[in-house]
Design a protein around this ligand. Structure first.
Ligand code: ATP
Length: 363
């Protein structure tokens, strides 16, 4: 059977454990050897105890856990060729030529770079006498499948990323809790949620919690937003609402590109309307807790599909991402998704909001 390895990289998200479990069990079921790489690319570069063979039972009792039990990291070394050379050496030691990378667009870009370098890296290791000459024929290339784990839902090419649904649940729980106290005291609450480049969490949380207003990075408000916001809040109060909820994505900006922070919104409301206005920054609470049924199932399905994809790949196959499209698992070229995700960012940098929103949606 083939040898494959699974690792998690970049920010953690709930449901990653379910995906790891599914990769291990589907791999074993199909007669493969499966390895964990602990601590993302750092573990790949450092090797040693970071690369450990998985067994059926080593993934028992993890599906309900948040975060990632095999650890995640950001790794400078892997950005350099020298780091990738070490990583290749460590993988060759175990004859691993199939990788499932669970991470965000950065991690998947790194995986793609690794594959591009692979043949050259192996040749360099042979020339240096660090691996036997037979390795090039044995491991001519590295097959890669990416799964997107990110609470932000910031990746183009999949309807949902692993961890988004759970983060939304945390946000809704916290917002509901805040609403009960706000109602008693006639307050305005400004709630900051995660999403530096992507307003998905803010937008969906806004809809699901009946927020009065939402600020997101992809669609900055009109330049007179201060007046519009205050008019809207005052109108809600005059209609008998005892509270206001405003959701701000952490990356929210105005049309000039300057940040709209929760504190700024608070200042605008207190100075104009003199409402008792409180800021709640949800922070890491959004990343915590147990994964929802949706994220467990998503991880499960994506992990199994990733192994099936690897089994069908040849050394010539381009890396793919397993994504969910209309509730089906589909395989999409990895670089196509990464490039589109980066194009969204570029459009936002260029203040071309129409393009950003169009690219974010389905093609
Ligand atoms: P998140 O969505 O949480 O930010 P991410 O996967 O985008 O996740 P990054 O910090 O961008 O997170 O990338 C994770 C790791 O992937 C980096 O620390 C680095 O090791 C590797 N990586 C990212 N980009 C590249 C690249 N261009 N070349 C090689 N490796 C890269």
């Amino acid at each position: 059977g083939r040898s494959m390895a699974v690792f998690t990289s970049g920010g953690d998200s709930q449901g990653m454990n379910s995906a790891v479990r599914s990769v291990v069990r589907m791999g074993l079921y199909l007669g493969c050897r499966v390895f964990f790489i602990h601590e993302g690319y750092q573990g790949m570069v450092d090797g040693g105890n970071n690369i450990i063979e998985a067994s059926w039972n080593s993934v028992s009792d993890i599906i309900q856990k948040g975060g990632t039990i095999i650890g995640s990291a950001r790794c400078k070394d892997f950005r350099e060729r020298a780091g990738r050379l070490k990583a290749a050496e460590n993988l060759l030691q175990h004859s691993i030529t199939n990788l499932v990378c669970i991470g965000g667009d950065g991690s998947l870009t790194g995986a793609n770079q690794f594959r591009k370098d692979w043949a050259g890296l192996v040749q360099e290791l042979i020339d240096a006498g660090r691996v036997p000459a037979s390795k090039l024929a044995e491991c001519p290339n590295i097959q890669i499948v990416g799964l997107v784990g990110s609470i932000d839902n910031d990746f183009c090419g999949t309807d949902m990323t692993i961890g988004t649904d759970t983060a939304l649940h945390r946000i809704i729980e916290a917002t509901d809790a805040v609403v009960s106290t706000a109602q008693s005291h006639q307050r305005a609450f400004v709630i900051e949620v995660m999403g530096r480049h992507c307003g998905y969490l803010a937008l969906v949380a806004g809809l699901a919690s009946e927020a009065d207003w939402c600020f997101i990075p992809e669609w900055p408000p009109p330049t007179n937003w201060r007046e519009l916001l205050c008019e809207k809040l005052a109108q809600m109060r005059s209609e008998g609402n005892r509270l206001n909820i405003i959701i701000v994505a952490e990356g929210a900006i105005d049309r000039d590109g300057s940040p709209i922070s929760a504190e700024l919104v608070q200042k605008v409301i207190t100075e104009t309307l003199h409402y008792d206005t409180r800021v709640t920054v949800l922070g890491h609470v959004q990343r915590g807790g147990c994964p929802t049924a949706f994220d467990r199932l998503l991880g499960c399905r994506m992990g199994a599909e990733a192994v099936l994809a690897l089994m069908e790949m040849t050394p010539e196959s381009e890396p793919c991402v397993v994504s969910i499209d209309g509730n089906q698992m589909v395989r999409v070229p990895l670089m196509q998704c990464v490039e589109r995700t980066q194009a969204v960012q570029k459009a936002m940098d260029n203040k071309d909001w129409d393009t950003a929103v169009r690219l974010r949606g389905r093609s």
